[in-house]
Design a protein around this ligand. Sequence first.
Ligand code: PDD
Length: 285
Amino acid sequence: MSRIAYVNGRYQALAAACVNVEDRGYQFSDGVYEVCEVRGGRLIDERRHIDRLKRSLAELRIAMPMSEAALGVVLRETVRRNRVRWGIVYLQITRGIARRDHAFPPPGTPPSVVVTARNMDLANAERQSSEGVAVISVPDNRWERVDIKSVSLLPNVLAKQAAREQGAREAWFVDRQGRVTEGSSTNAWIVTREGRVVTRHADHAILRGITRTVVLDVIKAHGLTLEERAFTIEEAQAAREAFITAASQIVLPVVRIDGKPVGNGAPGLVATALRRDFHLHAEAT
Ligand code: PDD
C-alpha cells in the first residue's frame, strides 16, 4: 500500500509529495514538529502534544496554521489513509514559503503544514524492550532553547549517528557540568540503588517529553519516589536501572552506558512496570 502525506491542504502520494524549495523549514529549519503515538488507530495524548505544539509555535512567533479541531481532523485523516494501527503520526509546521531572507517573511505568510503517518514494527519494539538497549554519551552542543520542539536537529542527528556507529540505540547529551540532559530523541532516567526514580528537571535544557509527563503520573500511582534533578554518567552507570522515554518508544530499558552494564545488565523491574502500565495513564482519542 502506498503511503499518503498531507501537504498544505492536499493529501498526496508520499513519494510524489513535495515542499517548495523556498520553504523556510527547508532553508533555515525554521519550524517545529510533533510526533504522536498511534495505538489501535487512536492518537495517544493528542491534547498534550497539541498544547506543546502551540507553545513551540508561540515561542518562535509562528502562527497556528488552522484551528485545533481542524488539525485534529488532518491528523486522524492521515492516520486513516495510511491505515496506521500501531505507529506514529508526524506533524511539521514551518514559517512558510518566502524569498530567502533570514528575517521573518511579510506578515500573513501562511505557515506550511506537513503530516505523515506510518506503522511501526511491533515485534521489533517488544524485542528491544525485553532485551534493553545500549546508550553512549556525547557532549551537549545544542542551543539553549531545546525546550522548543524545533526541526533544527543537526546535533541530535550527529549524536544518533555516533550511537549507531558504536552499536548503541541512543546518545545521551552531557552538559558542561558533566550532567546528562537528555537523549538525542528521548528523555533520560535512572533508578538509584535506593529505588528513587531520577530524571532531569524540565527547564530550557531538555524537551519536556509528553511521555515523561505521563510517566511521572505512573510513578506517582506506583508510590515510587521521584527526584527531578540532574545526574552524571557515573551515577547512571552505578544505578540499579536506567531507561529512556519518547512517544515512539514509550519506556525502553537501558542496559549499557558507554560500554558498562547497568545493574545486572538486564531490563529492570521499574522500567518494565512503567512500560506495562503507561497506557493506563495516557489519553487515547
Ligand atoms: N522525539 N527529547 C528529545 C530531544 C526528543 O526529540 C524527544 C521526542 C523527547 C521525548 O518527547 P516525547 O515523550 O514527547 O516524545 C525528548 C521524537 C519522538 C522524535 O524526534 O522522533
